[in-house]
Each structure stands twice: as C-alpha cells, then as structure tokens.
Write a protein that binds this ligand. Structure first.
Ligand code: 5GP
Ligand code: ZN
Length: 118
C-alpha cells in the first residue's frame, strides 16, 4: 500500500525508532506514546486488521509482541503491559495497517482508565 505510513516505515521511506525486527515483523516506538516505551508491532506485509491476516502470519506477529514484552521485562523491569489492537475507525483505529500497541503500565502513570488515547 503506497500511501500507508506503516508500509513506508517498513520500506525505510519514513523514519522510525526500531525496537525489534524479524523477517516478517517490525516493532518501533509510537510517535505519540501513551506511556513511556509505548511500542507498535506490525507485520511487514500490509493487512488492515487481525481479521485479514492469515493465522500463520498472525502467529509471527504475536511471537514478536511477546518477545518485545520479554525484552521490556528483562531490560527495563516492566512487568505490566497492555496489548491492544484497534479494529475499525469507531474502535479508534487511525492507521489501517494491522498493529499491536504494547503499552507499559505502572502504578501512578496517569492512565487510570483501560484505554483511551485522547
Ligand atoms: P491506532 O489508533 O490506529 O490504533 O494507532 C495508531 C498509532 O500509530 C497511534 O498511537 C499513533 O501515535 C501512531 N503513529 C501514527 N503515525 C505514526 C508514525 O508515523 N510513526 C510512529 N512511530 N507512530 C505513528
Ligand atoms: Zn501498510
């Protein structure tokens, strides 16, 4: 998808701060973090939501989500995270390239509701 910002990031046509990468997945810091180290994990191939991606490829993305969470645990001592994937505009999806938000949480981080980016 030529006009997709996350496809551009995968191709190196737009800048990102890489957290982790595999052959078919990419993880990078969210440009507007909800909490510190807020990270997005995406498949390198363009799919709109989890309902479009084949099971096998979704498995790779989930494996990377868990890997990033493990890295955060080991390197940053982060034990609590929210893993979120918004599907559809009404459900707050703004970038229509499948992504999982990894939102580290700690007591008193100011986010006292389950999920609200506003
Ligand atoms: P959504 O609302 O679609 O679930 O989340 C999209 C996320 O992508 C938002 O949290 C937003 O801050 C992030 N985002 C949008 N454009 C960019 C970008 O160009 N670079 C990075 N790193 N994050 C982006
Ligand atoms: Zn895309």
């Amino acid at each position: 998808m030529s006009d997709c910002i996350f496809c551009k990031i995968v191709k190196g046509e737009a800048k990102s701060r890489k957290v982790y990468e595999t052959e078919d997945t990419y993880a990078f810091f969210d440009i507007y973090p909800t909490t510190r180290y807020h990270t997005l994990v995406i498949p390198k191939k363009h799919y709109t939501t989890i309902f479009d991606i084949p099971e096998q490829e979704l498995r790779s993305v989930i494996t990377s989500v868990k890997k990033v969470a493990k890295l955060f645990e080991e390197k940053l001592g982060i034990h609590n995270i929210q893993i979120i994937s918004n599907s559809g505009a009404v459900a707050q999806q703004e970038v229509f390239h499948l992504h999982f938000h990894i939102v580290p949480r700690k007591r008193g981080d100011g986010q006292n509701i389950k999920w609200n980016k506003d």
